[in-house]
Design a binder for this molecule. Structure first.
Ligand SMILES: *Cc1c(COP(=O)(O)O)cnc(C)c1O
Length: 232
């Protein structure tokens, strides 16, 4: 078995253990393999081990990888999980299946306008600044509902839910706090009548806490593909 296949198996086992501990069904948590900085060959190795959903952070790198793996396109789901500038929305609207980190209406409107008619609606999540730092991107928790209502009304998008990248914490209880707040926010959207089902939260270092608080997509890079070289 390749290292990537073995790592995928280990992550899958970890998801199964965390869901069981939380009294949830493992099928409720989807594994998104974060392939930023990873070669197309390694993505292909993960696909050959059964992984079909991949996350990219940088527009050009993601487009290059989608092109390099074009023979698999119909069987892969590509998720754009990085920050998105308004001048780069078009290729994302044209090439990706999901966008996770929407934090303002303008980006959502452009993605909806630019989503080709021949494709299904683009699945989107709103990124929430759940740890409340000034420097991080994401919409403030008390502004999420208003933005969600507007995004849900855009014709070529399908609002699926919320995404967050909390401040790194070592302590499991400290890890759970922002994820619990995310779960409550999703509940607020549902009570307001929005048809949302997704909490995109949890990375290699905090996925167990995220699953305990209701994550439905965990975004895992390092634990599958190994440590990344520093970028930029
Ligand atoms: C890099 C990244 C991940 C994966 O992080 P790991 O710690 O390598 O698992 C998840 N989400 C986002 C938004 C990322 O940029």
């Amino acid at each position: 078995m390749s290292v990537i296949a073995a790592n995928l198996q280990a992550v899958t086992n970890r998801i199964a253990a965390a869901t069981q501990q939380a009294g949830r069904d493992p099928s409720q948590v989807k594994l998104l393999a974060v392939s930023k900085t990873v070669s197309p060959a390694d993505v292909r190795a993960a696909f050959n081990a059964g992984q079909t959903a991949f996350g990219e952070n940088y527009v050009q790198e993601g487009l290059d990888k989608i092109a390099a793996l074009d023979d698999l396109r119909a069987r892969l789901q590509w998720h754009f999980i990085g920050p998105l500038q308004s001048n780069k929305t078009r290729p994302v609207a044209e090439q990706f299946d999901w966008v996770h980190a929407i934090d303002r209406l303008k980006i959502a409107q452009r993605l909806s306008d630019q989503r080709p008619d021949g494709l299904p609606p683009l699945h989107v999540c709103l990124q929430v600044n759940i740890s409340g730092e000034d420097s991080k991107s994401g919409v403030a928790p008390d502004e999420v509902l208003a933005l969600a209502r507007e995004v849900a009304g855009l014709p070529r998008l399908r609002l699926r839910g919320l995404m967050a990248i909390p401040e790194p914490e070592e302590d499991p209880d400290a890890q759970r706090r922002p994820f619990a707040a995310m779960r409550a926010l999703l509940g607020t959207l549902r009570q307001a009548g929005l048809d949302v089902d997704t909490l995109s939260m949890g990375m290699s270092g905090d996925m167990d806490a995220a699953i305990a608080e209701g994550a439905t997509i965990v975004r895992i890079g390092t634990a599958i593909f190994g440590a990344r070289a520093a970028k930029n």
